[in-house]
Design a protein around this ligand. Sequence first.
Ligand SMILES: Cc1cc2nc3c(=O)[nH]c(=O)nc-3n(C[C@H](O)[C@H](O)[C@H](O)COP(=O)(O)OP(=O)(O)OC[C@H]3O[C@@H](n4cnc5c(N)ncnc54)[C@H](O)[C@@H]3O)c2cc1C
Ligand code: FES
Length: 308
Amino acid sequence: MASKGIFRAVVSANRRIGERFYRLGLDFEGAAAEAFAGARPGQFAELDLCGAGLPTAEKIPEELADSARRKILLRRPFSFCDVNSKGNKTSVEILYCVVGPASLRMTTLAAGDTISVIGPLGNGFRMPVDRKWAVLVAGGMGAGPLQYLAKFLSVNHEDIEAIVFAGAKSKFDLPFERRLDEISQQLGFSLAEFAKYGVKSSVATDDGSAGFAGPVTDCLLEWLENHKPPSREIIIYSCGPEAMLAKVAKIAKERNIDCQVCMERMMACGIGVCQSCAVECKVEGSNETVYKLCCEDGPVFDSKEVVF
Ligand SMILES: Cc1cc2nc3c(=O)[nH]c(=O)nc-3n(C[C@H](O)[C@H](O)[C@H](O)COP(=O)(O)OP(=O)(O)OC[C@H]3O[C@@H](n4cnc5c(N)ncnc54)[C@H](O)[C@@H]3O)c2cc1C
Ligand code: FES
């Protein structure tokens, strides 16, 4: 399998799926296709967006009007929500949210455009061994890499039942395609992004505008209370805002459940050079801590290791 590199990707599609959410498709050929065919859920790529144009003024959200014209000097990290490989071609999908000048420029990419991509980078989620349940807990944009993880588990670990709890502040912050206010609180096949892999999901929103009213970690707690799985039979995978990851890590620790968290940091280089992406981690068997690099040692960490 070819390793990471700097490659050119051809944009295959860039589809708007909600107010601020898009799915970007990138096609790779040759050595790049080989490298990305081996991309694992939780790994990421650094995209060079400095050549992408700005949308027209009326399409720029008001809150980004001031920052929109900032020059894009650094690449931006994005993880994969799907990877498909056929022959000598690999297609990667990225689920992204418009939050600033680079992601705003990303919206103008069109089929046939090319961009420079470094990847696949970092360490992805480690696969479960001898488990019955994989419980995926997503907050906001954390749903992207967990979609790819759900697919990966359904293809490579058929014996494991994966379920998903996806949360956000409100229905407007849930990066899924269907009418979210119609979703029940029950665990079911309502989110097509997971249902297509035979994975059940349920939704929670802090303001109660879709699914369960309250933090997504309450759904996790409720499920653990109802099912009481022996800790050796379950593994938790989580991706989302750090406060949510901290809560998930605490729940897992109290019940002695294995848990992996996908961390985010501002990343200037993505390849271990600039040291901008430090994550404070515990040293096993001591009270000391060390700083690890989110881009190289992570972004996926064992939740017991991270100092939240
Ligand atoms: C490993 C990794 C994987 C990621 N995967 C995705 C993904 O799949 N989809 C997606 O939409 N976004 C993802 N992100 C976040 C994405 O990189 C940022 O949203 C993007 O860089 C924003 O660039 P911008 O110029 O549009 O906004 P900026 O102006 O750079 O940032 C806008 C706001 O977002 C905050 N921000 C930017 N980057 C980060 C970060 N890395 N961590 C915390 N806060 C940040 C800034 O502080 C600022 O408040 C990922 C980040 C990392 C580190
Ligand atoms: S982003 Fe530069 S060292 Fe991690």
